[in-house]
Design a binder for this molecule. Structure first.
Ligand SMILES: [Mn+2]
Length: 196
């Protein structure tokens, strides 16, 4: 089977970003965003989604982490959309309830071509390492509109903020892996419209 790969480069005055995504990888990651905790999250996303992922970001961290994280979400969403291609034969929907110690988080996605983001995750700390916790929402919101996917999170059991963020990234990885995976019974695009 041919690997579904996308490489996206985006350069602005605030950030320079290159992402290469292989949806049919094995979980190899090379991540460098300049934000340690964010690297940790993207590594977990690649590893647990079994995607091969290269992320190089040169962002205006002298301002704060906002542009770097939001723009990485925009580019990752674009890479997901491009790599998924015409979406023929894929399951389209994916979901996962993922535990991380005391935390339990649900992620559900639909690669149906329309963006929507909803999450009830509320963090109690302002920051995890050098990453502002409010950027978790900004990141996933950017991914959802840029990939044109419905993306929902339910924080079923909140707890340690590191566990909450990491649980969300891993649940997203598992849900996306399912949504882009092939079902041999689906020969065309899984939609009554005929296209996604
Ligand atoms: Mn961790």
């Amino acid at each position: 089977m041919e690997h579904r790969i996308a490489e996206v480069v985006r350069n602005t005055k605030e950030t320079k970003i290159r992402i290469r995504l292989d949806l049919d990888g094995t979980g190899k990651a090379q991540i460098r965003t300049g934000i340690g905790f964010f690297d940790h999250m993207l590594n977990g996303f690649a590893r647990h989604g079994l995607f091969d992922l290269e992320v190089e970001v040169d962002g205006d961290l002298e301002v704060d982490c906002h542009h770097t994280i939001e723009d990485t979400g925009i580019v990752l969403g674009q890479a997901i959309r491009e790599a998924a291609g015409d979406k023929k034969g894929i399951r389209r929907y994916g979901s996962r309830i993922l535990p991380m110690d005391e935390v339990l988080v649900l992620c559900a996605i639909d690669l149906g071509g329309r963006p929507y983001y909803r999450s009830d995750a509320e963090f109690t700390a302002e920051r995890i390492g050098m990453m502002d916790t409010e950027m978790v929402r900004e990141f996933f919101y950017a991914v959802s509109y840029s990939a044109a996917m419905n993306l929902h999170f339910k924080m079923m059991s909140p707890g340690n903020n590191h566990h909450m963020a990491e649980g969300m990234f891993k649940a997203f990885a598992k849900a996306l892996d399912e949504a882009v995976s092939y079902d041999p019974r689906i020969h065309d695009v899984l939609s009554t419209k005929g296209s996604l």
